[in-house]
Design a protein around this ligand. Sequence first.
Ligand code: ADE
Ligand code: ZN
Length: 315
Amino acid sequence: MYDWLNALPKAELHLHLEGSLEPELLFALAERNRIALPWNDVEALRAAYAFNNLQEFLDLYYRGADVLRSEQDFYDLTWAYLLKCKAQNVVHVEPFFDPQTHTDRGIPFEVVMRGIKQALVDGEKKLGISHGLILAFLRHLPQEQAFQTLEQAMPFRDAFIGVGLDSSEQGFPPRLFERVFAKARSEGLHAVAHAGEEGPPEYIWEALDLLKIVRIDHGVRASEDERLMQRIIDEQIPLTVCPLSNTKLCVFEHMGQHNILDMLERGVKVTVNSDDPAYFGGYVTENFMALHEGLGMSEEQAKRLAQNSLDARLV
Ligand code: ADE
Ligand code: ZN
């Protein structure tokens, strides 16, 4: 089944480039940049990948991202991810990057953007993988800083297709970012947002009605609100679901409890994605495989999920 799932043509629509930083590359970049790490080796770092919730993961994720310093580092990170995509027949990617994670440490915006974009352009030319890059705002920081980030990004307007919203969800509702999303949309950018990962269905309503998002990242808690479910089905609003992430971060206790296939069967446009594959135990094929093993996903369901990902592309 693994080889069959691996060979299915797929798009990945929910992937944080910083979350694809494998421990081996993290150590190599630390050495290149002469950064001391608190872990003795790759195994010790991997052993730290045990999380009870989103925040515990984010604390380690931001710490890991600190080894990314130069344009070459961002290139190498993105290129390594694209090679994984090639090996798994992921033919189109719409990855996120978090500029504020880097600009807040003094890394110039253009260093981040140039390294990532060059790798994506090379991926298109050399690997045949098409892309649309999404700039994500960190929701634990004030909207004013998101505005500054958008301003820094505008000289590179053609390099990305949309804006997203990520980081700590609980206590940081979408409504806090209504104005910056309106500004981004006025520039012709698509809007997406993490909503209903840990946060309640109300956050999904806000993301749809106030941020005017065209795709919901995670959204698994939509199943708690029947009226919301009906809207998502009627309007065929895609959900970028990340099964291994959800079990690793204890959104579901185990894969057998995941609601993705129930949603699929109700007509929700759900897709399968890896979120932060270096931290959660696998890339897209591993996420499909986990659904097969944990939920009994059939080949026919896998085909529909893969087709949904191709249909839900923004570009
Ligand atoms: N940043 C990276 N991964 C994330 C996730 N799963 N939720 C929110 N923010 C994130
Ligand atoms: Zn995510």
